[in-house]
Design a protein around this ligand. Structure first.
Ligand SMILES: [Cu+2]
Length: 402
């Protein structure tokens, strides 16, 4: 055999081995998860107590709204058993994932769903019953599917499965952005680093679950009793929904001034992915100051076979304001670059942490949806308002921790 021929076979052999590796069931993990469905008392920003429906992380775990974050890898085998401890029927589903829908779960009963983790993206699990009243009353949470590899051709890590996206322009656009991070004048600093496995969020990745509370609907939920029927309210909840509290991760107003599940505190060059999910029934229009974000992916809400599936953008918009329809999920990348409102002459000083800027520089995030501004009267007392902190220049975290 001539050497050239050997190389040809070698390359072909490698390609087959690579393909086999990517699809190999041996690499797929198995996740056996449990969720409970309970009711729980939640104190809102003005002291009002409401009863919400909530998932628990195991059959008898602590209730939380949103439910626990699950992270799996593409191709993993996932089995979720849901235990209904309430007095009415529920149902579990994950829009966009084939096979991830349970039969009705009777009061006191349990059901199991099994599926193979689909293409990487941000998914929302929910109870879809009562169209979708039970979802907004608290039965929702996030499932993150991470890519098996996710690297660009140049080796930059991304949250997407670039090898499975059937849109070359989208792959090119996403690759260009993730390759530019940490290597260009506009984006000095570091690459994007994915969240460590098993953690709900990280320094460079946040999950914001948007929702609203209309206490008239919460009053239908009484511990120990089936949910009260009220035709005037529940015949079509989306027609009668009048939200009074606008929440991220179940907090509103001043309660959103703290909490590192929501608030990003990073130095320049620590790009951060925000997975934004609207579990509610109202539109939101989120506006972040200081940086524009790259809208990398959104969910298809068109009826049909693509419904609920993530779509990468071929033409990536830079947005300071982005809209969130009910049920929408978007992956937004905050580049944590030098804010364009910093005068040119002062940028070098900011980068080195010796500028005149008082640190941290705090930039607001507020929702432009008017009812979110004014619910409760005045300036966001019950609205969706938070901020992010720019802590300093490139490498500041390393210096700070010395
Ligand atoms: Cu604004």
């Amino acid at each position: 055999m001539e050497r050239r021929e050997f190389l040809k076979i070698g390359a072909a052999g490698l390609a087959v081995a690579g393909a086999g590796l990517a699809a190999s069931p041996a690499r797929a993990a198995t996740h056996t998860l449990e969720l409970g469905i309970v009711d729980t008392q939640v104190e809102l920003i003005d002291g009002t107590l409401v009863t919400m429906l909530a998932f628990t992380k195991s059959r008898i775990g602590q209730p939380s709204v949103p439910g626990p974050v699950f992270r799996v890898k593409e191709g993993d085998a996932v089995t979720i058993t849901i235990h209904n401890t309430r007095q009415e029927e529920h149902r579990f589903e994950i829009p966009g994932i084939d096979g991830a829908m349970s039969d009705a779960i009777p009061p006191g009963g349990s059901k199991t769903v099994s599926f193979t983790a689909p293409i990487a993206g941000t998914y929302m699990y929910q109870d879809g019953l009562m169209g979708p009243l039970y979802r907004v009353l608290g039965l929702h949470g996030v499932l993150v599917v991470e890519p098996l590899d996710g690297r660009t051709a140049a080796g930059s890590q991304t949250p997407f499965s670039l090898d499975r996206i059937g849109n070359p322009q989208a792959v090119q656009s996403v690759s260009a952005i993730f390759d530019a991070l940490g290597t260009t004048e506009r984006f000095p600093g570091s690459k994007w680093v994915p969240c460590a496995s098993g953690e709900p969020y990280s320094i460079q990745e946040r999950i914001w679950v948007l929702n609203q509370v209309d206490p008239r609907f919460n009053a239908l939920v009484v511990p120990g009793q089936p949910i009260r029927k009220d035709a005037a309210l529940t015949a079509d909840p989306s027609e009668t929904w009048t939200p009074r509290y606008f929440t991220i991760n179940n907090r509103s107003g001043f309660d959103l001034a703290e909490g590192d599940d929501v608030i990003i505190s990073n130095y320049i060059g620590e790009p951060t992915l925000i997975r934004v999910v609207n579990a509610g029934l109202a539109y939101h229009s989120n506006h972040i100051h200081g940086n524009h974000l790259m809208e990398m992916a959104e969910t298809s809400l068109r009826p049909g076979s693509g419904f609920g599936k993530p779509m990468l953008r071929a033409n990536i918009f830079e947005r300071d304001v982005w809209s969130m329809q009910p049920g929408q999920r978007k992956d937004m990348l905050l580049p944590v670059e030098i804010p364009p409102d910093i005068p040119l002459a002062q940028r070098a000083a900011l980068l080195s942490g010796t500028g005149q800027e008082k640190l941290p520089m705090r930039y607001v995030m507020h929702c432009h949806c008017e009812m979110s501004n004014t619910a409760g009267g005045g300036n966001y007392p019950q609205g969706m308002v938070t901020h992010w902190d720019l802590m300093g220049g490139v490498g500041g975290r390393r210096t700070a921790s010395l």
